[in-house]
Design a protein around this ligand. Structure first.
Ligand SMILES: Nc1ncnc2c1ncn2[C@@H]1O[C@H](COP(=O)(O)OP(=O)(O)OP(=O)(O)O)[C@@H](O)[C@H]1O
Ligand SMILES: N[C@@H](CCO)C(=O)O
Length: 357
């Protein structure tokens, strides 16, 4: 083996839910978290090399993301994966540079991408040879809803469910949990006890996505922590609302594969009664935005919804991108909210590791 070993981990961002598919659907978009590794040769036989890990970071969140390896979501996840495999920490000196273009807390799967990158990092450092299906189990111990992590790991348009965990599954080893609120309502990464990682937690199926359908993301310049956006959801739902979503979800999964896509079918199939109505007060303008564009007012538009837990708006469209975006950015702007618009292609490949020679 030649040292230093240079490796890049690349993980796509993702938009989840796609309207009615709350915690079920995810799609990967062409914005990639990159983690560059420079693994150096071991000089002596230390128990671990955690004191010789140099973590640097650039891009979104560079002023807030912690650089201590026990606190940073990527390295902390890697340490968890290593611990689960009875490895006490980093196995050699390493420089880790994170380049992150995925905005944090916006509904574009930044935490899912970070968790996936952390699991891949743990796998590389521990030389564990984990298969992607097994990696998904580790991801789901940390991020309990499968939609973002499954998309980020496997790529493309994907539906997933996770096996229900029993209490003993979460009882002995220390795991980082990506969605916890502190007493001030801030999102924190909190350690909760957990045991060996059960097998087969993550289950998924890749779905077809019509090549005609593009994603416009309208990204407001404020954050909504997923933990906050989940805390406003009810514990129980009315039967009519559940049926409403199930009907649309089943139709949507097939409707998005058709070429040419049928705007009226998709538009109505992207309506939701399970999460968006409860999140409206967290996102000023959401109610107006969801009714401000439709296939009749804006030809080319197929459907509109909250991306993940928000506040980003996801529009699926075939053309007329500027006109659709302008209507939505105007509503935000009337509320004093700046936005960034990105027209993103769907990517079919998930997280990838490349050895750089
Ligand atoms: N590249 C990263 N490195 C370290 N921590 C990260 C990184 N990306 C995200 N995080 C952590 O995840 C938090 C954001 O996660 P959160 O689940 O609230 O939103 P999101 O994942 O961007 O949106 P959504 O889950 O709705 O798609 C950040 O505040 C930070 O703590
Ligand atoms: N399905 C999740 C996605 C956010 O990570 C939610 O809407 O809360």
């Amino acid at each position: 083996m030649n040292y230093p070993r240079k490796i890049e981990i690349k993980v796509p961002c993702s938009s989840s839910n796609i309207g009615p598919g709350f915690d079920v659907l995810g799609v990967t978009l062409e914005l990639f978290l990159s983690v560059e590794l420079e693994i150096k040769e071991k000089k002596n036989n230390k128990k671990n090399y955690n004191d010789e890990v140099v973590l640097t970071y650039s891009g979104e969140g560079s002023d807030t993301i912690p650089l201590k390896i026990e606190k940073n979501l990527i390295t902390k996840t890697a340490l968890y994966v290593l611990a689960c495999n009875n490895i006490s920490g980093f196995t050699s000196p390493i420089n880790i540079h994170v380049k992150n273009p995925i905005p944090l807390g916006r509904g574009l799967g930044s935490s899912g991408a970070a968790v996936v990158a952390g699991v891949l990092l743990g796998d590389i450092v521990g030389n564990l040879g984990l298969k992607k299906d097994r990696m998904l189990d580790y991801c789901l111990m940390i991020e309990h809803h499968p939609d973002n992590v499954t998309a980020a790991l496997m790529g493309g348009f994907i539906a997933s469910y996770s096996k229900e965990l029993v209490q003993t599954d979460t009882e002995t080893k220390v795991i980082p949990h990506s969605e916890t609120l502190d007493e001030n309502g801030n999102s924190v990464i909190k350690e909760v006890p957990a045991p060996d990682v059960p097998k087969g937690i993550g289950n998924y199926i890749k779905l077809n996505w019509s090549k005609d359908i593009k994603a416009i993301t309208i990204i407001p310049q404020f954050e909504v922590a997923t933990a906050t956006a989940r805390s406003v959801l009810p514990d129980k739902y009315e039967k009519e609302d559940v049926v409403f979503n199930l009907q649309r979800l089943a139709v949507l999964t097939m409707a998005l594969s058709h070429s040419p896509p049928k705007p009226e079918l998709i538009y109505h199939a992207m309506q939701d009664k399970i999460h968006q109505p409860y999140r409206k007060h967290l996102i000023p303008g959401l109610t107006e935005i969801l009714v401000s564009v439709n296939p009749s007012t804006h030809p080319g538009l197929l459907g509109i919804c909250l991306s993940g837990a928000g506040p980003t708006i996801l529009v699926l469209a075939t053309h007329n991108f500027d006109n659709i975006s302008k209507t939505i950015t105007n509503v935000f702007s009337e509320k004093g909210i700046d936005t960034v618009v990105k027209l993103l292609e769907i990517v079919n490949e998930g997280a990838k590791v490349t050895e750089i020679h």
